[in-house]
Design a binder for this molecule. Structure first.
Ligand code: UT7
Length: 335
């Protein structure tokens, strides 16, 4: 399995604080029944989703990420000026450029940070965590802020029932530092397979199909997904990535206190948990309330798991993800 190398010499790195933000507006399955030909029964039984949050029209991805970042910094008890690096994982940036990370930097007042966006679709949070981990481990920076923020409602085709019922908006953030005496991030597995990129994409608006009246009327600016194909790959790839990440950490599933899988479909989550042998009680789920928030799903999930006491000091946390690209990742942390 393609992956980053095993950790070399360097400092251990911990996620010292998390934060998350969900927009106030709730879109229920009953609301969707009025918009497309669907039913609460179909959505719940096929996906596990009951409601999702939708940003207000004036709220952009950076606004969601900003609030999550403020909460993470408050939790860490550190000032914005102490942040030296900001990575934003997103497929729904405010605009092509400047980066959403630069917009958040300015709004936060994190004037000592260098900033960039990172795109690995749903897997972006774990990719960004691993990049930040390496920068902190090497001593290049002391404090990194990783943000995963998505306004999926801005790229969904609201006439396509096979995708519009699945996604939601939200943001999560994590502060990374080295903390003496803590092991923190133990292992990561990252991978990609671009040969299957066509199964999950947003084809329009970039250099391949620059925006024209034709591309817009052809609907190229909205998300396209071959759901059934993605489903098959997601289950197998996430299971093997999780197994490999645990092996590299020298652990087994029995050591995992909390698994946070990507929240794309309750049936995928149950299939992975079943394959790995993770008991339901140790598997964190928020898809019923949030839907699939792409890169933000794991970031929000980690924060909610910490705040609700599902993760305690010294617990082994396993996060695993799969998404467009295809891309995937698994990360093991001693909390
Ligand atoms: O985050 C990135 C990774 N994403 C994923 O991992 C998503 C993976 N895929 C999935 O979760 C599932 O494939 C979906 C939830 C997207 C779809 O579930 P499915 O069980 O694979 O359904 P399907 O696409 O095979 O469609 C089954 C039927 C079709 O009708 P026919 O052809 O059997 O008559 C669809 O037209 O369900 C129909 N359908 C719907 N019916 C009511 C599709 N969407 C809906 C809907 N409401 N919203």
């Amino acid at each position: 399995m393609p992956s980053v190398p095993a950790p070399g010499p360097g400092r251990s790195v911990s996620v010292i604080a998390t934060g998350s933000y969900l927009p106030d507006r709730v879109l229920s399955n009953a609301d969707l029944e009025k918009m497309v030909e669907t039913s609460d029964e179909w959505i719940v039984s096929r996906t596990g989703i009951r409601e999702r949050r939708i940003a207000l029209p004036g709220q952009a991805t950076s606004d969601l990420g900003l609030e999550a970042s403020r909460r993470a910094l408050a939790q860490a008890g550190i000032a914005a000026e102490e942040v030296e690096m900001i990575i934003v994982a997103t497929i729904t940036p405010d605009m092509f450029f400047p980066s959403t990370a630069c917009l958040i930097q300015h709004a936060l007042g994190a004037k000592n940070a260098f900033c960039f966006d990172m795109e690995a679709a749903c897997s972006g949070y774990l990719y960004a965590i691993e990049i930040a981990h390496r920068f902190v481990a090497s001593g290049t920076v002391n404090t990194a802020l990783v943000v995963a923020a998505e306004k999926m409602s801005s790229i969904v085709d609201w006439k396509d029932r096979s995708t519009c019922v699945l996604f939601g908006d939200g943001a999560g953030a994590a502060v990374l530092r080295s903390r003496p005496g803590e092991r923190g991030i133990l292992s990561s597995v990252l991978g990609a397979d671009g040969s299957l990129s066509h199964l999950l994409s947003l084809p329009g608006g970039g250099s391949r199909h620059p925006p024209t009246l034709q591309t817009i009327s052809d609907g190229l600016h909205t998300l396209k997904m071959a759901g059934r194909e993605v489903f098959k790959h997601a289950v197998n790839t996430m299971s093997s990535a999780a197994t490999e990440a645990l092996r590299r950490a020298g652990l087994t599933v029995a050591d995992v206190a909390c698994m946070i899988p990507h929240q794309a479909n309750q049936r995928i989550i149950s299939a992975i948990a079943g394959k790995l042998g993770v008991p339901d009680a140790n598997c964190f789920v928020n898809i019923d309330k949030c839907g699939n928030m792409s890169a933000a799903s794991l970031a929000v999930g980690l924060d909610q798991a910490v705040r609700t006491g599902r993760i305690r000091k010294k617990d082994i946390v396993l996060m695993v993800v799969f998404g467009g690209g295809f891309t995937w990742g698994a990360t093991v942390i001693e909390w």
